[in-house]
Design a protein around this ligand. Structure first.
Ligand SMILES: *Cc1c(COP(=O)(O)O)cnc(C)c1O
Length: 233
């Protein structure tokens, strides 16, 4: 077994254990492999090991990989910050966009989404740790953005996403995840089709699953340390 295959197996085991401890049904949590900055060969290894959902943060890094792996039935998630002048590339090449935090980008993505692909699945990114520097809407603004997205034919609002501050201790982290679950429940009447709570990374997936995450975004635990960091596009 390649090390990536064994890392995926170990990560799936962590997820299944966390589901069981939380008394949630097996496979209620999706594993998103965050392959940003990783060469396409590593993604192929993950694919051979059965992985089908991949997350990318940098467009110029992701697009060649999407092209090289076309036709394999991979579900591509864009999880990084997006400048509005690059929105068309996400609308045309991705299945999901997790970091939606502005109505302007929502409208552009909806207009630019090719009809043949069906609506782009989106999550509203919430700035749950309320840090001035972070992206994401403040929790109090999420409902207004959700209403706006509900009116856009090219988008399907699937849920919420958060990246709690890495400076939080365990209790702070759990509180942030709990607040996300509560916000999700508050917004659900506005968008009953919502089924996704995108939260939890390599270091905190257990806490996220315990608080209701349905999709964990895992980079380091699958692919090892980030090799280099690219500027966001
Ligand atoms: C890099 C990244 C991850 C994965 O983080 P790890 O700690 O490496 O698992 C998850 N979500 C987002 C938005 C990221 O940028």
């Amino acid at each position: 077994m390649s090390s990536i295959a064994s890392n995926i197996a170990a990560t799936v085991r962590r997820i299944r254990d966390a589901e069981q401890i939380a008394q949630r049904s097996a496979s209620s949590v999706t594993l998103l492999a965050v392959s940003k900055t990783k060469p396409v060969e590593r993604l192929r290894e993950a694919y051979i090991a059965g992985q089908r959902d991949f997350g990318e943060n940098y467009l110029q890094d992701a697009l060649p990989k999407i092209e090289q792996l076309a036709g394999l039935g991979i579900c591509w998630h864009f999880i990084g910050p997006l400048q509005s002048n690059k929105s068309r590339l996400v609308a045309e090449h991705f299945d999901w966009f997790h970091s939606l935090d502005r109505a302007k980008i929502a409208r552009r993505l909806s207009e630019q989404r090719p009809a043949a692909l069906g609506p782009l699945n989106v999550c509203i990114q919430v700035n749950i740790s309320v840090e001035a520097s972070k992206s994401g809407v403040m929790p109090a603004q999420a409902a207004a953005l959700a209403k706006e997205i509900q009116g856009l034919p090219g988008l399907s609002l699937r849920g919420l996403m958060a990246i709690p501050s890495s400076a939080l201790d365990d209790a702070g982290q759990t509180l942030a995840f709990t607040q996300m679950r509560q916000l999700f429940e508050q917004l659900k009447p506005l968008a009953p089709q919502m089924d996704t709570l995108s939260m939890g990374m390599s270091d905190d997936l257990e806490a996220a699953v315990a608080e209701g995450s349905t999709l964990v975004r895992i980079g380091t635990a699958i692919f090892g340390d980030r090799e280099r960091s690219l500027p966001p596009v």
